[in-house]
Design a protein around this ligand. Structure first.
Ligand code: COA
Length: 338
């Protein structure tokens, strides 16, 4: 018998505003055909002006609590992954804690972009297995729409991303039979900082050579919008996701056949198809949501989990393998029994 962590509740929230590829074609020079062919994306969600990242996180968290049959007061810590915080500081988890009306529990923001959710569950798992906390709320939430260059200049990035949030409650569990009992079995986390500038948001920032962190000149250059070297990101994403997923499966003596559902990060359907082809993963085992939501960065994996459960694809007792890649570069994989 050993103390482990498991996911006892899953929630997601997508803002109602649907933005189709045709809608984007009215803002910039792009087309439904280009976006679909290169990425698989058909539509994404954008928030209304008054909605923030912590608002989306709150709704997803409520769903996770309800699914777990728990009250907000049962939560002992919040870990929130986002690259689109409500404000530069304090962290977005602070705002979520206030909105949930929670007492003085610790909050932690994770800044690992598309890999953020897998980093977050791994951190939660450590706290739980040490016996520090029993119930941790882990959230991935993003509002991209307010931070994108929606002109033709920014089209390579802006067509990819969407807004949304997903949340899980991770709780302590005693595992008697590791081959059957739900728990987080293994995770593998990586970073290669030399590629930080291949996908990044330069400004505002204290590393910029100026006396101010944001100047009109910087904004005129568009450095307050994300910049990406799409081809480099694509190649590394395929290589790293397959590499670390293979490592996690090997380390746990798990075969592709053993896994019931593969939940990949949702950056580009072609990336996921390439990873699946290379690893000989049957496409029916891969659950993708990018067609409807675009890339919601730290939220893609919990949203995928939520939708897979609702679709009857992911059922209690099933084995889930996940892999993600993103800005940093960071990448990660994890294996859990739901
Ligand atoms: N609509 C229409 N045309 C576009 C466009 C858009 N939204 N974005 C770029 N283009 C144009 C380019 O300007 C280029 O035109 P040119 O040939 O006249 O110069 C042409 O389309 C091809 O661009 P290219 O960059 O070669 O396309 P690509 O096949 O590499 O696909 C991505 C671009 C972004 C879809 C692809 O590189 C990708 O998905 N990369 C990974 C991105 C990612 O996953 N990011 C998040 C990581 S977590």
């Amino acid at each position: 018998m050993s103390l482990q962590s498991r996911m006892v509740g899953v929630g997601a929230f997508l803002p109602p505003g649907i933005v189709t590829n045709e809608d984007l074609g009215k803002l910039m020079e792009t087309s439904d055909e280009w976006i679909r062919q290169r990425t698989g994306i058909e539509e994404r969600r954008w928030v209304a002006p008054e909605v923030s990242t912590s608002d989306l996180a709150l709704e997803a968290s409520k769903g996770a609590l309800e699914d777990a049959g728990m009250k907000a007061e049962d939560i002992e810590m919040i870990i929130l992954a986002t690259l689109s915080p409500d404000h530069d500081f304090p962290g977005t988890a602070v705002f979520l804690q206030e909105k949930m009306g929670l007492a003085e529990i610790p909050t932690l923001d994770i800044r690992q972009q598309c890999t953020g959710f897998l980093y977050a569950i791994s951190v939660a798992d450590q706290y739980i297995r040490c016996g520090t906390y029993k119930n941790i709320l882990v959230v991935g939430a993003e509002v991209h729409s307010k931070g994108l260059d929606k002109t033709t200049k920014g089209r390579d990035v802006s067509v990819l991303f969407g807004d949304g949030a997903g949340a899980v409650i991770m709780s302590a569990t005693e595992v008697n039979d590791a081959t059957k009992d739900p728990h987080l079995i293994s995770s593998s986390l990586h970073t290669e900082g030399k590629y930080a500038k291949e996908l990044w948001l330069q400004a505002p920032g204290m590393a910029n050579v100026d006396t101010e962190r944001l100047t009109q000149a910087v904004m005129d250059e568009g450095l307050h919008y994300p910049q990406m070297n799409g081809k480099v990101v694509f190649v590394h994403a395929v290589k790293r996701m397959s590499q670390c997923l293979t490592k996690v499966l090997e380390n746990t003596n798990t075969s592709i056949d053993d896994v019931d559902v593969f939940l990949f990060h949702q950056a580009n359907l072609r990336i996921n198809q390439k990873v699946a082809d290379m690893m000989k993963i049957p496409s029916e085992k891969c659950f993708n949501t990018i067609q409807k939501y675009g890339n919601t960065t730290a939220a893609t994996i919990p949203i995928g989990m939520h939708d897979a459960i609702k679709a009857g694809v992911l059922k209690p007792g099933m084995l889930v393998a996940s892999a993600a890649f993103g800005s940093g570069f960071t990448w990660a994989a994890a294996l859990w029994r739901y």
